[in-house]
Design a protein around this ligand. Structure first.
Ligand code: SF4
Length: 485
């Protein structure tokens, strides 16, 4: 039996002890003495959020498919456990073996959003690994950053030994091979970093000297090591069917944010919304074949017992084989009590038809993401969604029996005016009115329109990357304008 890193006394004194004990269905435990490379994979947020992340499950499966590698998970301890670990000097540990992260060969940290950057430091600190890469010694793990925020690595460059720029499936095996090669040859940490620097997509910050302009923008970026490339190019999976997916997803014992099987149908997005980081960095669009998805849908449902399968992509309506896939899922699984969820669909007649087949109309709501209240601003952000299309989609949905609509907007986008903000309320009102245009005997009770808004944050590698971000006061003022309308 595995010995837990935390005592019963500690586990019983904190919220959700299941966050720290591992043992989930489909967890992979390997004997460390029988593998050549130990990889700790961290999601720098609490377990409940990290366990819902698709990328970590894909890479966990991929790493553990190699007999000579063991990959184990680690998440940010919640605020109740953090001070206890510090006080009792308990080093941060992985869920599988419950062994200290500092004893692994690699610590990979996925960087999904900037808000988790302080959690990255918490993970390093609790692991008792020096925060700065330059202070690490031969026995410390190699700390790697990846994920969408690694495309703009400089803010975190001092804390990482290397970053991979691109999709994890492309470079990791090569990196591990070189690590093993270097270790077998008795090479040093620096020798390995030099070997790694030659792999496409790998960026070793200590091998470059950046110079900054007065305003903080980058002036120059010069390699200081002969192994370092002039330019680092993102690596993407060219043929999505050539890489494996998750055969046995981890099934948590506690409720997590996404508690279902997730089937990634494609990567990338053909739209070009100017604020959107995902739409820009995951280019180009690449699809899985229908046969590939059928195989993994079967395997994942069988190995988990989940009662819901969700099709994941940035814009599902653009997937070429959507109709065939949905019909397959309905035929195979609907009668077996498996729900099918279809996020990120554009609302049109086809989508409504598909959704009415797989969802309980009375319970589900429709989602539109106009992102801006006026057509002028939707054109500025290149949203490609007109008021006419929104109202037509809503009207068709109401006629088909839906009566709940969710609308997502973003405040503070470049060139936004009071009219654009007021447009949020006006568009919501027009949608509600469209409901009452249909005959009373065809309505399904009262209509409910929920409009919510987030705040615009300029993201690297988007056309709006240099746009100004509002201050907290400006954001709150804009929210008040929308609320007051
Ligand atoms: S907002 Fe959605 S549709 Fe637009 S580019 Fe991003 S992922 Fe694509």
């Amino acid at each position: 039996m595995r010995k837990l890193a935390l005592s019963d006394e500690i586990l019983l004194s904190i919220q959700q002890p299941a966050r720290y004990i591992g043992g989930e269905v489909n967890m992979v435990v390997k004997d460390h003495s029988k593998v050549r490379t130990r990889f700790a994979f961290a999601f720098p947020d609490v377990y409940d959020i990290g366990m819902s992340h698709l990328g970590i499950q894909i890479l966990y499966s991929m790493f553990n498919s190699r007999e000579d590698v063991c990959c184990e998970r680690v998440y940010s301890p919640w605020v109740d456990l953090d001070p206890i670990m510090r006080e009792k000097k308990i080093p941060l540990f992985t869920l599988e073996s419950q062994k200290p992260v500092k004893d692994f060969d690699f610590l990979g940290i996925t960087l999904q959003y900037e808000m988790c950057y302080t959690n990255v430091l918490q993970i390093l600190d609790l692991s008792q690994i020096p925060l700065h890469a330059c202070d690490r010694c031969e026995n410390d793990p190699i700390v790697i950053g990846g994920g969408p925020c690694a495309y703009n690595p400089e803010p975190l460059a001092d804390f990482f030994d290397l970053f991979y720029i691109g999709e994890g499936e492309t470079v990791y095996f090569d990196l591990i091979d070189r690590y093993q090669e270097n270790k077998a040859a008795g090479g040093s940490r620096k020798d390995f970093l030099e070997m790694a620097a030659e792999i496409p997509g790998i960026y070793v910050p200590s091998f470059y000297d950046p110079e900054y302009n007065e305003d903080g923008t980058l002036k120059s970026f010069t390699p200081n090591n002969s192994h370092a490339k002039e330019k680092i190019r993102k690596q993407v999976v060219a043929d999505m069917d050539s890489v494996g997916y998750i055969e046995k997803p981890l099934v948590p014992y506690i409720k997590v944010t996404q508690d279902r099987v997730v089937l990634e149908i494609q990567r990338g997005c053909i739209r070009g919304c100017r604020f959107c980081q995902a739409g820009n960095v995951y280019r180009p669009l690449r699809e899985h074949s229908l046969e590939y998805l059928k195989h993994y849908a079967y395997d994942m449902l069988k190995s988990t017992g989940h009662e819901e399968i969700s099709l994941s992509s940035l814009s599902s309506s653009d997937y070429t084989y959507l109709e065939g896939l949905v019909n397959f899922l309905i035929d195979e699984f609907k009668g077996k009590g498996v729900n099918i969820s279809l996020p990120s669909l554009r609302i049109d007649a086809f989508s409504l038809d598909v959704m009415s087949k797989v969802q309980d109309i009375k319970k589900s709501s429709l989602t539109f993401a106009p992102e801006a209240g006026s057509q002028r601003l939707r054109d500025v952000i290149n949203k490609g969604l007109t008021e006419e299309v929104i109202l037509k989609g809503a009207s068709e949905a109401f006629q088909a029996g839906w009566n709940r609509v969710k609308l997502y907007f973003m405040l503070g986008q470049p060139t936004e005016t009071v009219e654009d903000m007021e447009g949020i309320a006006l568009l919501s009102e027009k949608i509600a009115e469209a409901y009452y245009d249909i005959p009373k005997d065809q309505r399904n009770g009262k209509v409910q329109v929920v409009a919510s808004s987030s705040f615009f944050v300029p993201k690297p590698f988007t056309p709006f990357q240099w746009a100004r971000m509002c201050t907290k006061e400006e954001f709150l003022e804009r929210a008040n304008i929308v609320r007051g309308k």
